[in-house]
Write a protein that binds this ligand. Structure first.
Ligand SMILES: [Zn+2]
Length: 245
């Protein structure tokens, strides 16, 4: 049969068959708190925090925030010539044992719902993927609620686009101060700090930093401590008009 193509598709151009969707594993709560959440006794995440309960299952966070987002702090560095030392999501450390060296991977994850909730977690393991999963899990267990407002005197729009007041945090030599900025400023901060603020739902902020920011782990902890401060201070009634959320 002339003119009829022998093969329907050229090699390598065959459209890929869609992968059958894997069913999501059903969450079986193990703790009493988990059972209460799944059973509908506890209806919001704030209720857990108000009761002062400790989270032991990260699935509780997934239950209340199904579209929670994850980012990783670039804690590591690649090896090698030609300008090696590019930032990486994981850090490797080595322990020397009789057989040689044992490598360990460390990830630092930030989770947030882009609407006031944020968590930071670290995970380490001898393999890369478990470390990554652990860091995300730990970040979810550390979830906190931050307070947002229009804290800038130049703005006064009463919308929760920035932080309510100046906050600071420290870890190691790193000192970080976050300051409220007027609307439209954007995040005038270090690239790693941006990840935190974006996931927390803060769109305008300024920062002042001091110390060795290259130690990303300390940087991450300092930013988290600063953001935590927003919710630790009691806010007077007269301040509520600035869009406190
Ligand atoms: Zn404003």
């Amino acid at each position: 049969m002339a003119g009829r193509p022998r093969f329907k598709h050229r090699k390598g151009r065959r459209p890929r068959r869609p992968r059958p969707e894997r069913p999501k594993p059903v969450w079986e709560p193990k703790t009493r708190l988990g059972k209460e959440v799944k059973g509908g006794k506890i209806t919001s995440f704030d209720e857990i925090k108000l009761r002062g309960k400790k989270l032991l299952e990260s699935e509780i966070v997934d239950f209340f925030f199904p579209d929670i987002k994850t980012e990783f702090v670039l804690v590591g560095q690649s090896k090698g010539k030609f300008g090696g030392g590019a930032r990486r999501m994981y850090k490797t450390t080595q322990k020397k044992v009789r057989e040689g060296s044992r490598t360990k991977f460390t990830y630092v994850a930030i989770v947030g719902n882009e609407d006031g909730y944020i968590g930071l977690g670290k995970g380490a393991s001898r393999e890369s993927m478990p470390a990554r999963e652990r860091s995300v899990k730990n970040a979810k267990l550390n979830l906190i609620k931050i307070v947002r407002a229009c804290g800038s005197w130049d703005c006064g729009c009463a919308k929760p686009h920035s932080i309510p007041f100046k906050v600071s945090g420290k870890c190691g030599s790193v000192r970080i101060t976050l300051m409220p900025a007027p609307r439209g400023t954007g995040l005038a901060v270090h690239d790693e700090i941006k990840k935190f603020l974006r996931l927390a739902g803060v769109s305008d902020a300024w920062s002042v930093t001091k110390g060795e920011l290259r130690s990303r782990l300390n940087l991450a902890y300092a930013v988290f401590a600063a953001l935590k401060q927003t919710s630790e201070m009691s806010i007077p009634e007269s301040f509520k008009k600035w869009g406190v959320k």
